[in-house]
Design a protein around this ligand. Structure first.
Ligand SMILES: *Cc1c(COP(=O)(O)O)cnc(C)c1O
Length: 299
């Protein structure tokens, strides 16, 4: 795993969903172990010299995609990875699976104690979900890939849609696309973790000037992050059946529902960003199959 080959630029394909054509950028295909927006957000830490670093520390949920990707990064760079959580659910501790199991396999050390307040100089702190300014570096590479592809295709204006957690990817994507090619693209997103107000606060933590923020769209009803909803499961199965693509179960269902709801207000050419996260599907899928056993899936 030391020198894994990352596949940049990620491919773009055309899909049709619910009779609408979309372009789909497959950041899930960057690498089987290191993909999606976490690979983009952590790219900086692969390309720069960290010869004085021995350890990375982060915190958040014991099932998060960011935790798993950090465990891969630490392994690639030979760093120790320490991760702080509030609590590890009993079923997960007894039956490690998904991101949690794979991060432990990569050598993650997990602690259920409060995050220390100070760290030695050889330690890098990475904020929950990879929300940090270094993320701009990798997301700018993504923006350049999108623009290169767009020029090649002769597409004048392109809108981009992606669902958000911390909003880091959507924010830096809007910012770097705007800088590289003013007025060419609007980045649309929807909050999956909190509400639109929460997402704006997250954006403000990284970038004070709202002109660089993505355009936030939402649905009339509130969905809570990580909870199971029949309509999420249904659209996820539908997406697989109609496009042949496996999407993530935490962010993409709300992403696609929001996108379909607001499709008419966007431009003709729309690119959906597949942000990976598929290794987290394992535990989500088990929960969905238990909750809605009458639904059949053929994945
Ligand atoms: C982490 C993640 C997100 C959210 O990314 P942010 O940059 O925090 O908004 C969306 N989709 C997938 C699949 C993810 O793993």
């Amino acid at each position: 795993m030391q020198n894994i080959l990352l596949h940049y630029p990620s491919p773009v394909q055309e899909i049709v969903f619910e009779n609408h054509p979309f372009f789909l950028k497959r950041d899930d295909q960057i690498h089987p172990d290191f993909s999606g927006n976490k690979a983009r957000k952590l790219h900086y830490f692969l390309d720069h010299d960290f010869s004085n670093t021995r350890r990375i520390v982060s915190y958040g949920s014991p099932q998060s995609n960011a935790m798993y990707s950090l465990s891969v990064l630490a392994r690639m760079r030979g760093w120790i990875f320490e991760y702080y959580v509030d609590h590890i659910p009993t079923y997960l501790r007894d039956h490690p699976q998904g991101n949690y199991a794979r991060a432990l396999d990569n050598g993650m050390r997990i602690y259920t104690s409060p995050l220390p307040k100070v760290f030695p100089l050889d330690t890098l702190l990475i904020h929950e979900g990879g929300r940090q300014s270094e993320a701009e570096y990798g997301v700018a590479i993504l923006a350049q890939e999108i623009l290169d592809w767009q020029r090649e295709q002769g597409i004048e204006t392109l809108d981009v849609f992606l669902p958000s957690g911390t909003g880091t990817t959507a924010l830096y994507l809007q910012k770097t696309l705007s800088i590289l090619n003013p007025q060419s693209s609007t980045v649309y997103t929807t909050p999956c973790v909190g509400d639109a107000e929460y997402l704006r606060r997250q954006c403000a933590l990284l970038e004070s000037d709202p002109q660089w923020w993505p355009t936030i769209l939402d649905l009339p009803r509130t969905y809570h992050f990580g909870k199971l909803y029949r309509e999420f499961y249904e659209i996820w199965i539908e997406l697989h059946q109609q496009t042949g693509v496996i999407f993530d179960l935490l962010y993409d269902p709300k992403g696609w529902m929001t996108l379909l709801e607001h499709r008419d207000q966007m431009g003709e050419n729309l690119l959906y960003l597949h942000q990976g996260g598929l290794q987290g599907n394992e535990s989500m899928l088990r929960r969905y199959e238990r909750k809605f056993p009458t639904h059949t899936k053929d994945t």
